[in-house]
Structure formats: structure tokens, C-alpha cells
Design a protein. Sequence first.
Length: 250
Amino acid sequence: MRTLGVDLAAAAKKTAVAVVEWDHGAARLAHLSLDVGDEEILRLFGTSAMTGIDSPLGWPDAFLPFIAGHLTFEPRPVLDHDGIEGRRLLAYRDTDRFVTGTTGLIPLSVSADRLAHPAMRCAVIQAKIAREYGPQARDGSGRLAEVYPAASLKLWGIHARGYKGRGAPEAEKLFSAVADLAVKAPWLDLAEYRADLAASDDMFDALIASLSARAVALGATLRPGPGHAAAALTEGWIHLPRGGLHELPG
């Protein structure tokens, strides 16, 4: 089995991918690259059983009617979101609130933060995947699932806060995170890529996305229950691991 992890940026620059091959209780990081374009993502998607992508797959359900109401001077869908609580419904999806309630982490807003640019690219990638391989449900029930490396790391007990950035403190924390992963997942062969992972938080996140994709494939993530299922199909659903790293090799 092959899983693909994608740490998606707004453009090819700083977009990273990681392919992990799983076989007989062990796993190997078979491919790792940075500055990756759409066509390479599509090619790797086609050769992988499950892909985990670190990008929102959709927008809040309330956002489109709000924008449409604003454009057509229809006051009700706009006035329905007056005040801070109304704006939170425009900024955060049901899955974002679920993640915060479960992990304490607050995902970036897809509609009101810099995450919007990668999400726009992700929407185009989803359309390209649909054209070539068929539509993939946004709740992760197909071959594409939304993942959140920071949440996966926290739930797996890997100390990895503050590793993003180019300064010396961030580099030290990233090096420690890679070392912690190697200790907690001795079944994972990082091959010749360990130095690359310790040098690039984008590559490291792509690897965590690929490991998270494995959890999705095994059914070892928190799925949307009855109160979340409808929104997950339109807004997307962040898959949080519900088991330990030791369960991933199978």
C-alpha cells in the first residue's frame, strides 16, 4: 500500500509531497520532494491508495449565501451573520470547531486568513482529480482526505510545537521533532531523507500527512457522526487519528 501526503501551499514553491510504502508491519519513506506542481500531485495521487492533504477541501456552508446576498443586495443572509458569533460561522467550518473542541488547536480560517490561497489551489486540484480519477467525497470517504499535521502530531504525542520558520530555534525544534518521530515509530524507514526532513518543515508536514492518510485508510480516525455528516460532505472534514502511531503498520 502507498499513501501520499501533500503539504499544500498557494503555488508549487513550498508545496511538499511524501510517499510512504507500507508492507508487512513496516513502512518506508519512498519519495520526498519540495516545490511540487499540480501535475506531479495528480500523478502521485494516481499511484497511491490514500492521499492526505493539508488544506481545506471546502468553505463554511454559510459563506456562499452570505457573499451571494451581499452581491444581490439581499439583506437577510447578510444580517443573519451580524456580530462576532455570526462572523465566526462565516470564518470557521463545522470540522474546525470539532478539531478545536477535541484537541484545543484552532485551525486557520479558510475564508478569513491566508489559508484561503492554498484552498483555492486545492479546489482546482480537486477538479483535476475528479476529471482524471473521479470525484472524491470531501468527507474523506474516497481516496482523498483532509488532514492536519499539527493535530496528528499532538494526538500521537510527538513534541513538535514551534518548528515552523527559518530561525535557529525553529530549526532545533524541527530536528527534535524528526528525532522524536524516529523513536516513536521505529518501524518507519526514513531512508536517505532524514536530513531533508530536519531541514524543511514543509517536507516534515508532508510526511505527517502521509502517515495520517494511512490512519484514514485503516479507519483509525475520528469520522463525522450524524451531527457532522452533512456539513462534512460540503465543507470538508479534518481526519484526526484516534489511535497511536504503533497501530499504523498493521
